[in-house]
Design a protein around this ligand. Structure first.
Ligand code: UD1
Ligand code: CA
Length: 457
């Protein structure tokens, strides 16, 4: 919800070198729950009803711009060629800010846990008459953060760690890096910021003292630390992933999903799971999964790009790859892999099977060890199996091939031509029994053993 009718530009700062990330790409491209960090920030802005975004980019600008695309927002790109500090970075977006906005919100591209609440709170502070609103948090460990110096409800200054006195370093109320600025004054205020500090950088945080010197007002609004957790290193990235997972699992459980050991279930940013689904321990969801009501996901399953209909059952140890679509009540059991295939309602694929590029009808039973041979080394081919069919164990279905409704395939068959409806296909050598031959074999073996023993004496 938008707090006011005021319009807003969000400036996302993401021009940093990501030095501490030790990475060949910009840190904001690193994924959290399978989605680039910066995309999470854009999602939060969109959720807060903010649709105009200025991206301040440096390294990997094209890739970051692509990762920040979102149908709910319009974004402009501004390249910060020199990295002279956060105030300098905001001024890279001068052209966008100069278009004239009531609110300018500055946010960092490396805070992917932010939600709409602090964004809206910062804007509400402007609507309430402040010229600058800083979102702060109580830090468990304030090391490295700018400290908020507050007196009688007024924010007097933000002191960066390197410039802080011992007394200031003892402050635990910190700058979360999210700031709302009166849009009509922003360029003037930021333009007055100097670089006389320990790092010789233009600090956006100095805007607090600048606005007060100009007779304006700055305030701080508190938000939970989690929302403002920044990502500078891969260790922090892992912490952010953990916090994201905890938050989403909790939300899912509150929405009616059962998880026996939630801390062992890993979700993607877009995982959608309906009420009354049960998820056993150790399950991983890649992107693009929807699971409908009443389905059960047994332990150690790995699911991505798949749709699981109501009352279906997966695993234990099942792998659903992109394009797997399970009908209602279908079963995909242990050590089965399904890719780009439709498994009809009530069909069963229960043991040690690979189904790729296939359409399987309702209530068909696929025996243990069945393989769709979908790939000829160059192309992928389709296997079609009708409804109520029965595929005997350890059969190879060499695609392209069709097996009709109600057909049977004998165990161990290699099926290379179509099987009509209700036919039984034997695609294997006929068995031959030699009467009494086992006795001869045994006698011969025993004679050989005796000869060996004698030679050794
Ligand atoms: C900053 C704040 C600090 C706050 C902390 C919260 C300043 C001076 N300090 O410190 O008060 O507690 O964030 O996480 O603002 N960036 C650019 N161009 C630049 C410099 C930075 O785009 O020239 C971008 C970075 O890519 C990053 C963001 O600005 O996304 C913050 O920069 P960073 O160096 O991480 O600031 P901190 O030292 O963490
Ligand atoms: Ca940072």
């Amino acid at each position: 919800m938008i707090a006011t009718k005021r319009n807003c530009l969000a400036v996302i700062l993401a021009a940093g070198e990501s030095t501490r990330m030790k990475s060949s790409r910009s840190k904001v491209l690193h994924p959290v729950a399978g989605r680039p960090m910066i995309a999470h920030v854009v999602d939060a802005l969109a959720a807060a009803g903010i649709s105009d975004i200025a991206l301040v980019l440096g390294r990997d600008a094209d890739k970051v711009e692509a990762a920040a695309q979102n149908p709910a927002v319009t974004s402009s790109v501004h390249i910060q060629t020199e990295r002279l500090g956060t105030a300098h970075a905001v001024l890279a977006a001068r052209e966008a800010i100069a278009k004239g906005y009531d609110d300018v919100l500055v946010i960092f591209g490396d805070t992917p846990l932010v939600t709409e609440a602090p964004l809206t709170a910062a804007r509400a502070g402007l609507a309430g008459g402040a010229d600058v609103v800083v979102i702060g948090f109580e830090a468990a460990d304030p090391t490295g953060y700018g400290r908020l110096i507050v007196e009688n409800g007024e924010l007097l200054a933000i002191r960066e760690q390197k410039d802080a006195s011992a007394a200031e370093r003892a402050i635990t109320y910190c700058n979360g890096g999210l700031m709302a600025i009166d849009g009509r004054k922003a360029l003037d205020l930021i333009g007055r910021i100097g670089n006389a500090n320990a790092k010789g950088e233009y600090y956006l945080t100095d805007i607090v003292e600048v606005v007060r010197a100009a007779g304006g007002r700055a305030i701080a609004v508190a938000a939970p630390e989690e929302e403002l957790t920044g990502c500078n290193t891969r260790a922090e990235l892992a912490v952010i992933e953990r916090l994201w997972q905890q938050r989403r699992r909790r939300q899912m459980m509150l929405d009616g999903v059962s998880m026996i050991a939630p801390e062992t279930v890993f979700l993607s940013y877009d995982t959608r799971i309906a009420q009354d689904v049960t998820i056993e321990p150790n399950v991983v969801f890649g992107p693009g999964v929807t699971v409908e009501s009443g389905a059960v996901i047994h332990s150690f399953s790995h699911i991505e790009g798949a749709h699981v209909s109501a009352e279906a059952e997966i695993g234990p140890y099942a792998r659903l790859r992109p394009g797997a679509r399970l009908g209602a009540g279908a079963k995909v059991g242990n050590f089965c892999e399904v890719k780009q295939a439709e498994i009809g309602a009530g069909a069963k694929v229960n043991h040690l099977t690979y189904i790729g590029d296939a359409i399987i009808g309702e209530k068909t039973n696929i025996g243990a060890g069945t393989i769709t041979c979908n790939y000829d080394g160059i192309n992928k081919h389709l296997t079609r199996i009708g409804a109520n069919a029965f595929i005997g164990s350890n059969s190879s279905l060499v695609a392209p091939v069709s097996i009709g409704d109600g057909a049977y395939v004998a165990s161990g068959s290699v099926i290379t031509t179509d099987v009509p409806d209700d036919a039984v296909a034997f695609g294997r050598a006929r068995q031959e029994n030699k009467a009494g031959r086992a006795v001869l074999v045994r006698e011969r073996n025993q004679a050989a053993k005796a000869a060996r023993k004698k030679a050794a004496e």
